[in-house]
Design a protein around this ligand. Sequence first.
Ligand SMILES: Cc1cc2nc3c(=O)[nH]c(=O)nc-3n(C[C@H](O)[C@H](O)[C@H](O)COP(=O)(O)OP(=O)(O)OC[C@H]3O[C@@H](n4cnc5c(N)ncnc54)[C@H](O)[C@@H]3O)c2cc1C
Length: 390
Amino acid sequence: MKKNILISGGGIAGLTAAKLLYAQGHHVTVIDKAACFSKAGFLLSLKSFGVSIIDELGLRKKLLEQSSPSEYVSFWEANDQLIQHISYEKISQNTERSVLISRGGLHHVLYEDIKNKIAVRFNTTISGLVRNQETTLVSLSSGEALAADLVIIAEGLRSPTRQQYFKDCKTEDFNMLYMGGKLTLRHDFTVGSFKIYIDVHKMLSIYPIAADEIAIQCYIHHEGDLPVRSMNAAELLKRSFTGYNKQVQDLLRRFAADGLMFVDKMGMVNSPDLVNGPLVLLGDAGYCPTALSGMGASLSIYGAKALAHFIGKTPEDLLSACNNYNTLMQPIIQKFQGNARKNAASFIPDTAERLDQFVGSFRAASDTQLQQIMTDPILLTQDQLSFATT
Ligand SMILES: Cc1cc2nc3c(=O)[nH]c(=O)nc-3n(C[C@H](O)[C@H](O)[C@H](O)COP(=O)(O)OP(=O)(O)OC[C@H]3O[C@@H](n4cnc5c(N)ncnc54)[C@H](O)[C@@H]3O)c2cc1C
């Protein structure tokens, strides 16, 4: 039977869920607080099952058209000593090859696909909820009220609706500032070759997408609140990478001045239960694994597919559907969040001693060990891929 489903947040998770639930015949409404969709952000790596799901959605061709070339990734010390040089082709020999795509590019593919079927109401947020026996009456910031059988909260890491209605949820602060984005600039870096600097309390990734476009991402240890971008980002970038070679310093100066940048503090969302009555958390809003897991986008797409799968099985019992989704997701979330914590400790060491240890063992790793390090953390079991819950 057709249900009224409200999705708050039209990001990667929200739009994937919208597409799948619309295809099941439900009446889907998407709202988003943004005035329009932004192209800001760095590259996301869509991994293994994330790529397969995009394929099932019929969007692989469009995804590949928007993707960026990825041939090699090399890790460096601040003094320009090479730690490792890895070929993407070699490490993905036995798995679905990851696709590198800008966050804006992936979002664009999803939005273009649904925009003529499902309208997104911009500048709109949830301002209140009243639960009745049958439905939930949702008041919107636009002044309207909507009756919904299910409200999917897909508002990203800082979701205010989660904060209001899921009191047991916690956001783990990594004391790490994230800055990621793109810059239009002619440069001398090799297109398709990822360059990552590892250092104490910071990490910098430089990714040349094209001869005149370059993506940059960095993590910098930062305690306290999120600094206001326009005031502090340039200063922080300059201060954090003094001593690096001139090419890097010039690049960061240009990035701070002209780049299309996304800035946030790294946070990991721990939700003991993704369901509260007719409300269900999806994507970063419910289980942000942080960018350091490398799985945020894939996991949000997988979560959307899992939720739609269970809704499709028991459309008359949405609560059971959401509970099954929660049961399936919890161990998966633990796995990817655990990996992200490990990555944080390895790739952003907090002392010079830990940096030396990591550099030494990573440099000495064999091809087989490297393949394991790079691919083990991105896979799901067959049961998880087929949504089996026990
Ligand atoms: C502009 C932007 C740039 C990003 N850049 C990067 C990046 O460089 N690197 C990285 O790893 N991750 C980035 N992310 C996060 C990344 O997209 C997610 O980690 C991942 O794809 C999971 O997606 P999501 O749909 O759960 O959350 P998100 O992609 O964060 O989407 C959440 C959506 O909800 C909307 N929203 C927020 N609050 C409300 C509200 N109260 N009511 C209604 N709507 C609301 C937002 O406008 C957004 O469209 C970015 C997110 C955004 C929005």
